[in-house]
Design a protein around this ligand. Structure first.
Ligand code: SF4
Length: 206
């Protein structure tokens, strides 16, 4: 997450430019009408603050009072801006950031559902594997570790064709996915280089 924590005021994360363009015009005309002596009273009759019920006065926006933190959608390299709303450190909502020049408050279906990355109870938290014809998911980390070690040894080179010492493996490479951010790619680059890989690339630019 980036940017300082800021209370979600209407002015900062309020309606987008389209809403403001039409909404403010109507509001201004209404305010002008209300300022006309006599007419203003009639205009307000049954419609002003006195008409609001106690329940209405208690009602607040869904995001009122929440801490707002600007962030970037973790899914793809488009890098849409998000506003993450929390209460007491607990994630409550994630919406598109209207201040982002990339998405201007919008999010695609994946980005809109990114709260589930954290809170979806059915989300798998470990790597799973289903054998051919198998019916159950098994924990896959041991299998992956064994295959990495075997591929590393199979493709290991102490020296290249010119006799220069290289100490590397051509047994595996790494190609990053779109959801990887800079921090993840930093760790992946470190891990794969430490194992002797030389072909390491990613497409993440966020
Ligand atoms: S997944 Fe959707 S919301 Fe997220 S960065 Fe990509 S286009 Fe934007």
């Amino acid at each position: 997450m980036t940017g300082p924590a800021t209370a979600a005021g209407r002015s900062r994360y309020g309606p987008g430019p389209m809403v403001r363009r039409y909404g403010n015009g109507a509001t201004n005309s209404w305010q002008k009408l209300r300022r006309i002596p006599g007419v203003g009273k009639v205009a307000d009759w049954g419609m002003g603050p006195v008409a609001a019920s106690r329940k209405t006065k208690r009602v607040a926006a869904r995001i009122a009072g929440l801490k707002a933190t600007e962030s970037v959608c973790p899914y793809c390299a488009v890098g849409c801006g998000q506003v993450v709303y929390t209460r007491g450190g607990e994630l409550v909502d994630i919406e598109g950031n209207p201040r982002s020049p990339i998405n201007q408050g919008t999010l695609c279906p994946k980005g809109s559902a990114s709260r589930q990355l954290v809170q979806q109870p059915g989300r798998l938290l470990t790597v799973k594997y289903r054998r051919p014809y198998g019916t159950e998911l098994e924990r896959a980390m041991d299998m992956i570790a064994e295959r990495v070690v075997a591929a590393r040894e199979d493709g290991w080179q102490d020296r290249n064709d010119e006799g220069l010492q290289v100490d590397r493996t051509l047994g595996f490479a790494h190609l990053g996915g779109a959801t990887l951010d800079n921090e993840e790619n930093y760790l992946i680059k470190k891990a794969f280089t430490a194992m002797g890989a030389v072909q390491i690339e990613n497409q993440a630019r966020i």
